[in-house]
Design a protein around this ligand. Structure first.
Ligand code: SF4
Length: 74
């Protein structure tokens, strides 16, 4: 369980600001669109991930809590 970044790829315009803030977790492809590392964001990087969500000019990012076993909470 941990926090993961989600992206709305329809909204993303590839400005790359998120990757500048969080280069440990986000790379850019050849067209400037973000590629996330797989897995949860390391705890120490969560504040920067929140900042990346805030600065995205088109509000394409969100930080969500991922559950290891989504079906186990019934
Ligand atoms: S800051 Fe937003 S628009 Fe820019 S690359 Fe990241 S997700 Fe896309």
């Amino acid at each position: 369980m941990g926090d993961v970044l989600r992206i709305d790829r329809i909204r993303c315009d590839g400005y790359g600001m998120c990757a500048e803030l969080l280069p440990e977790h986000i790379a850019l492809d050849d067209w400037g669109y973000p590629i996330f590392r797989s897995g949860p964001i390391p705890h120490r990087l969560v504040p920067l991930a929140r900042r990346a969500v805030e600065v995205c000019p088109v509000l394409a990012l969100s930080l969500v809590r991922e559950r290891a076993h989504p079906s186990s909470d019934h």
